[in-house]
Write a protein that binds this ligand. Sequence first.
Ligand code: GLN
Length: 304
Amino acid sequence: MNFEELIQDVYLKIKSREDKGERASYIPELSNVDPKNFGVHISTINQVNFGIGNYNDKFSIQSISKVLALILAYRIVGDEIWDRVGVEPSGTAFNSLFQLEADKGIPRNPFLNGGAIVVSDILLSNLKNPKEDFIDFVRGISNNTTLEYSNSIAQSEKDVGYRNVALCNFIKSFGQIENEPSVILDFYYDLCSLEMSCKELSELFLFLANNGLGLQNNESILSESQSKRINALMQTCGFYDESGEFAFKVGLPGKSGVGGGIIAIHPDQYAIAVWSPKLNKKGNSYKGMMFLEEFTTRSELSLF
Ligand code: GLN
């Protein structure tokens, strides 16, 4: 499979289409990003690395970070994590509150804001220096010491994070949160503010295409079974109430963020990252979704 040619072709085709999305204006800092940015980068198990467009520019990875937080918490507490957060698709928006009442403060899955807030709480209870330890973990698995949080993005989100405050307090009211909500939210906003390029993202996530084994030094980041479970969750819950659509059209485990990034994994083959800041109505990158649909259709390599 000549990924370079195919990516180039699909990229140019999608680039020329009208972008009907909108940037995530609810986080003020995200609405300052140039909406014309569009980048793609693939990293394969067979050492093919190829990028096009703005693949080297860093952007706010937002909810893609929820996968990394989950992985670190899963490594630390193991299967106990599933007592605190479910593994069911929610069919709701990422910041929805309403199922939490019926579910008594147990978020349906770790990729909803409520779920990631619970995962942040678990990390706070188990790490000595949560902010430093988390970034060290991410730098370690990607072998990239330049990765950083963005203080301006975190602050911008904190200034208007009313729904996340509500989610955190609501979950705490059911006794499902240990730490102080303000401390958890500061940590959660830091996690979401991580900045990476498409190239850095696809390199970082390649271990999920390799049964949990890092490619640089064959170090086990997750066990084979844990890695499969993370992929299963990304497949079923990675795009909120558009997860079914993503499985239907793209057919890969993946995760989106409101910064306009998407990471998708083809087990045993590759990790691919796409970035285009304008989002569709469900909060997923408009052109990112289109690119991946066309890419997996034409490569005929979807999971199904
Ligand atoms: N930080 C964002 C929020 O809490 C993450 C949402 C997302 O990327 N879907 O609203």
